[in-house]
Design a protein. Structure first.
Length: 185
């Protein structure tokens, strides 16, 4: 719904907006040519019923070309393949996408799973930065094996960006209060 609303609003303008959602959290990535389009996209996404939070990583610049998008798709496929084979990474419990070399990691994870997954992503060639939109769940959360869903409601959402390679302090998950990831320079 958010994607449709944004597409209708920006129709006729030069833009590339990707709307990704996971557990009612919405991530906006891509490019718009005006700051007011960036702000309007966030407002439209926030207005969709059931949306718990919006993280706006749209940048104001001309839309990326086909080569850039192809490279991002290739990085995403390499990351997904790497996560499937990485120990301690719940690959089926995360959503991954790449825009301009930044890999976005969305999911419901324990702190340890988030750290392990981030480190695994940073090992993939071409990854410039990892931006995490994580719904942190306790390590002791009860998991219903029949549905594979977490039954604990004791979660905290954190958004952070970890550049590659990370400094020790950058590897720590930091909850932020403003629902917005700032793009790297």
């Amino acid at each position: 719904q958010a994607g449709d609303a944004i597409e209708q609003e920006l129709n006729g303008r030069n833009h590339h907006v990707t709307v990704t959602s996971y557990y009612r959290m919405v991530l906006l990535t891509g490019e718009v040519t005006a700051e007011n389009d960036r702000a309007r996209a966030q407002i439209l996404a926030q207005g969709v019923e059931g949306v718990r939070g919006v993280y706006n990583d749209l940048v104001v610049m001309p839309p990326a070309g086909v080569l850039s998008r192809s490279q991002d798709a290739y990085i995403t496929s390499k990351v997904r393949a790497h996560l499937i084979h990485a120990n301690g990474v719940p690959a089926a419990s995360v959503k991954v996408l790449t825009e301009r070399g930044t890999v976005y990691l969305m999911g419901r994870l324990t702190y340890q799973e988030a750290q392990t997954t981030t480190k695994a992503i940073q090992q993939v060639d071409g990854v410039q930065r990892v931006a995490r939109i994580i719904d942190f769940i306790p390590d002791t959360a009860a998991i219903d094996s029949s549905t594979s869903t977490v039954t604990s409601d004791d979660s905290d959402v954190a958004v952070d960006a970890v550049t590659s390679p990370p400094a020790p302090s950058d590897a720590e998950a930091r909850p932020i209060t403003q629902p917005d990831i700032q793009p790297s320079p």
